[in-house]
Ligand binder design. Structure first.
Ligand code: ADP
Ligand code: MG
Length: 544
């Protein structure tokens, strides 16, 4: 028996690439991704218009948005898309930087591989360099305190300068700093924590960008259920109820046989009575505002209206949670359990008409640990870009709030890192020195891309920057508007340290991971899904 059939490890015709071929194809795929976002970096970066198969258009220069929207096929390219996503999740900004840094690390590695430096040596050197870079970054850090609003605003402004909303960035920076300051809490170790889930963003088309503002409270995109209810409740006592104000229908189909008219009367009266009792329960708790996560029966609406209780039904669970945070109310699951202690408070609950929709504003809460931002703007695309920009601004301010540390932008930190890493490389010597040197040069892609996008000569800028840093000007960066090398600390181009730290580590991780691959084999798994055998092998999962 043995030896009759030849041993086949791979099925005939399996796609496979090995050795340098695999490495170069991975590197070029990843570099293609990096090149696709490079022109968007910085204040003078361009936007991309993404058009999907349905004709929907997104206009943005946000790295992660672009990469999420484009259809990426190559596995190594997908890794760079992951870099952008991680960067976005961890700090909300610096996505383009992280991706082009990874691309540049791979480009430099490619040149080394061509000179027969082994990928393992390159990876080792890159890891050492990244470690050193983190130390240098910590040395460069500038402290910021939560009460330093102006500096926090500078950070927000820096994150928004490259967006098309730049004209309104003073206003948006103010909104972001106010929102973060309102929801920030000190944890038990005395450290600041910001959960940006507590900042609700509501988008409404219409008005102008400058009408965007923060509300110390919550906006619920719903109106009061009955016209008899007040449009405005001052000194609101707010009940949050999770159960329906309806008479329960039976789970199984039941038939009620009614034989004479008085029975029908009694039946309806009983139903009415139950609804009335529910409304009385709300009233007896002292509530004058009710947010119900489920439905409210027509009749109950009528009684609530009579009692002048402002009521909203079918409120989203996430909104209920934010309302609880903002007003201090308890979410009550059973209406019968509702008491005065469960009520939250707000100075004002009001129905307002924004554009064509009526919305409920719960404002001036005592100690709002959840706030809202209402975004206005002429078109949907504008509103979406404001949303993305505010998101970046809120993230960077939150991160700065939590860490209390900043670095300077405009390529200044990158050049300082490059300088320090070159010294470090020289002190290491050996083969790793080459890799650390390559890493140092890769850092320079940041000022290079910033200058290219501003129409400046990147070589001239690099030479000037290097000179300035050698002379000890560690904050010298490129002012892309004047084309001059200036002090970025004085120019207030500031970024949270976490953005740089995360960009360094995710770019290094991705580059090292891609470099270590020397064999790409088409595997079965569910990802392909094209062959006739698709369904029965679908369990393994695809690339992501
Ligand atoms: P990312 O997705 O990486 O955040 P951006 O398009 O937001 O990309 O660009 C960020 C880069 O722009 C950073 O390197 C930052 O230092 C730089 N930058 C921001 N403001 C200025 C400025 N006024 N002058 C020069 N560079 C700036
Ligand atoms: Mg940015």
């Amino acid at each position: 028996m043995i030896g009759q059939t030849p041993i086949l490890i791979l099925k005939e015709g399996t796609r496979r690439e090995k050795g340098k071929g695999a490495q170069f194809s991975n590197i070029s795929a990843a570099r293609a991704i990096a090149d696709s976002v490079r022109s968007t970096l910085g204040p003078r970066g361009m936007d991309k218009m993404l058009v999907d198969s349905m004709g929907d258009v997104v206009i943005t220069n946000d790295g992660v948005t672009i990469l999420k929207e484009i259809d990426v096929e190559h596995p190594a390219a997908k890794m760079l898309v992951e870099v952008a996503k991680t960067q976005d999740e961890e700090c909300g900004d610096g996505t383009t930087t992280a991706v082009i840094l990874a691309g540049e690390l791979l480009k430099k590695a490619e040149a080394l591989i061509e000179q027969n430096v082994h990928p393992t040596v390159i990876s080792g050197g890159y890891r050492m360099a990244a470690q050193k870079a983190r130390e240098v970054l910590d040395d460069l850090a500038i402290n910021v305190t939560p009460s330093d609003r102006e500096t926090l605003k500078d950070i927000a402004r820096t994150s928004m300068i490259s967006k098309s909303v730049a004209a309104s960035r003073n206003l948006l920076a103010d909104v972001a700093v106010n929102a973060v300051t309102a929801v920030a809490e000190k944890n038990s170790d005395g450290k600041w924590e910001v959960d940006d889930d507590n900042i609700q963003v509501v988008k409404k088309q219409g008005g102008s960008m400058d009408d965007t503002h923060m509300i110390a409270g919550i906006i619920v995109d719903k109106e009061a259920v009955h016209p008899a209810m007040p449009k405005k409740v001052e000194n609101a006592k707010i009940a949050l109820v999770d159960s329906a104000l309806e008479v329960k229908k039976t789970e199984i189909d039941a038939k009620i046989e009614i034989t004479d008219p008085s029975q029908l009367q009694a039946f309806l009266a009983e139903e009415e009575n139950m609804l009335k009792k529910m409304v009385e329960k709300v009233k007896s708790s002292g509530a004058n505002v009710l947010f119900c996560q489920k439905g409210i029966d027509d009749l109950a609406q009528h009684y609530l209206g009579k009692e002048k209780i402002y009521s909203v039904r079918r409120v989203k669970k996430s909104d209920m949670e934010k309302l609880a945070k903002a007003t201090g109310a308890n979410l009550v699951t059973k209406l019968d359990d509702l008491t005065a202690d469960d009520l939250g408070t707000a100075c004002l609950v009001e129905e307002k008409k924004i554009a064509d929709d009526k919305m409920t504003f719960v404002t001036d809460c005592k100690n709002p640990k959840a706030v809202s931002i209402l975004i206005r703007g002429g078109t949907e695309h504008v509103i979406d870009e404001i949303d993305r920009s505010l998101n970046d601004a809120i993230s960077v301010v939150s991160v700065a709030f939590e860490d209390g540390k900043l670095v300077t932008g405009g390529g200044s930190t990158a050049i300082e890192l490059a300088l320090k890493l070159r010294d470090y490389a020289a002190s290491i010597g050996g083969r790793e020195q080459i890799a650390i040197d390559a890493f140092a040069s890769a850092m320079e892609v940041v000022p290079t891309a910033l200058s290219e996008n501003a129409g400046l000569d990147p070589i001239d800028v690099l030479i000037e920057l290097r000179q300035a840093h050698k002379a000890g000007k560690k904050y010298a960066g490129i002012n892309v508007f004047t084309g001059k090398v200036t002090d970025m600390k004085k120019e207030r181009v500031l970024e949270p340290i976490r953005v740089g730290r995360q960009a360094l580590s995710s770019a290094t991780d991705a580059a090292v991971m891609i470099l270590r691959i020397d064999d790409v084999i088409a595997s079965k798994g569910g990802g392909g899904g094209k062959g006739p055998k698709g369904p029965d092998m679908g369990d393994e999962g695809g690339m992501d």
